[in-house]
Design a protein around this ligand. Structure first.
Ligand code: HEC
Ligand code: HEC
Ligand code: HEC
Length: 274
């Protein structure tokens, strides 16, 4: 049944000029026929697409490499409620939609970090802080230490986190802005420097913990021996700053360490413990 369906679709597609002789739908031709009027042949939105209400067509080029196949497939198949983006499942079959997604995925975009920084200050800094470290007290995350990949950051900016102050920004920002901001945020990422960490460790920790492997981490009943590797960076940061150090003598020197210092130490600990 499936095979027959495939063959029939393929024949129709060949007749319509949107498939090659072997029956594989031609994504570019399908895009040109069904999408370009609004999104522009290069994905950067046509003049007509810019005038649509209530929301203009979106720039597909800017987010093509950050948005997953699944998400593209879903939006194209089902459309977006109450907008001019109609469900395509009534006019295109799944193979054609797949071919269009493949074509959209060939779009490339060079992010503009200066614009990303400017827009971040305007739209995000009130909660995340101008430096992204979120010392604003509203529960926003420190983006410098975010574990999210670039694509996950784009997703979070687009859809937000329901039930928190992090609302969806998909209609507040254009796709180029979203791509620029996400890349800017990603560039704030602090990758711990193990070499600097080794020096800091020797100065601040060695007197009590001869080596990283000698540090005893508290586990719970089920996990008797927790290892440094069992804790993520954020947790390890908390254990070093607070945890059992709170009432120790070495506390004062630990307090003076900056967030980046601690991440450097963490990176050193990871390289030198199991
Ligand atoms: C009549 C105009 C029109 C046509 C034709 C059209 N779109 Fe859209 N499209 C829109 C609009 C308007 C939006 C924005 C909807 C919104 O704001 O939620 C959109 C949004 C999208 C999105 C989501 C983008 C994002 O950043 O969230 C994708 C993906 C998309 N379209 C792909 C396509 C593809 C592929 C086709 C052809 C198969 C197509 N569209 C045809 C108007 C159109
Ligand atoms: C009104 C306050 C507010 C604004 C404005 C805001 N955020 Fe957020 N953001 C939050 C909060 C609160 C969270 C934590 C949500 C949670 O608990 O999961 C968050 C979480 C995030 C995360 C997830 C980080 C992680 O590691 O889990 C990212 C990424 C992010 N925001 C980026 C942005 C960007 C980029 C902007 C600007 C376009 C922005 N936010 C604007 C409040 C805000
Ligand atoms: C004055 C002594 C002292 C200094 C200095 C010190 N620690 Fe500790 N630390 C302890 C003691 C005591 C414990 C409790 C565990 C133990 O007995 O081994 C501990 C526990 C820890 C733990 C496990 C925390 C937990 O809750 O499971 C980590 C991780 C750790 N230290 C890292 C560090 C790092 C990194 C430094 C340097 C920045 C440092 N310590 C400096 C005495 C010290």
């Amino acid at each position: 049944m499936f095979k027959i369906f495939t063959i029939i679709t393929a024949c129709i597609a060949v007749m319509a000029g949107t498939a090659n002789a072997s029956g594989i739908p031609d994504g570019k031709a399908l895009f040109s026929k069904n999408c370009a009027s609004c999104h522009g042949m290069d994905g950067t939105v046509s003049d007509y697409g810019k005038k649509l209400e209530p929301f203009q067509a979106r720039n597909l080029r800017a987010v093509a490499s950050y948005v997953s196949y699944d998400e593209f497939r879903r939006i194209i198949t089902h459309g977006t409620h109450d907008t001019k983006m109609k469900a395509m499942k009534y006019i295109l079959d799944p193979f054609e939609i797949e071919a269009i997604v493949d074509y959209v995925k060939t779009f490339t975009y060079k992010p503009n970090l200066a614009n990303g920084q400017k827009r971040f200050k305007q739209v995000c800094a009130s909660c995340h802080g101008f430096d992204g470290r979120a010392q604003t007290g509203v529960g926003a995350k420190n983006l410098v230490y975010s574990k999210l990949s670039l694509n996950e950051k784009v997703h979070t900016i687009r859809y937000g986190r329901s039930g928190t102050l992090m609302t969806a920004k998909r209609h507040q920002l254009s796709n180029p802005d979203i791509a620029d901001i996400a890349n800017y945020v990603d560039s704030l990422k602090h990758a711990g420097d193990a070499k600097a960490g080794a020096k800091l460790y020797a100065k601040n920790c060695k007197s009590c913990h001869a080596t990283p492997s000698s540090i005893q981490i508290i586990g719970n009943a089920a996990v008797r021996h927790k290892k440094i590797a069992d804790l993520d960076d954020h947790m390890l940061d908390l254990r070093i700053r607070h945890g059992r150090h709170v009432d120790r003598e070495g506390r004062e020197s630990i307090k003076k360490l900056s967030s980046d210092n601690i991440q450097d130490i963490v990176s050193y600990l990871r390289k030198n413990s199991k």
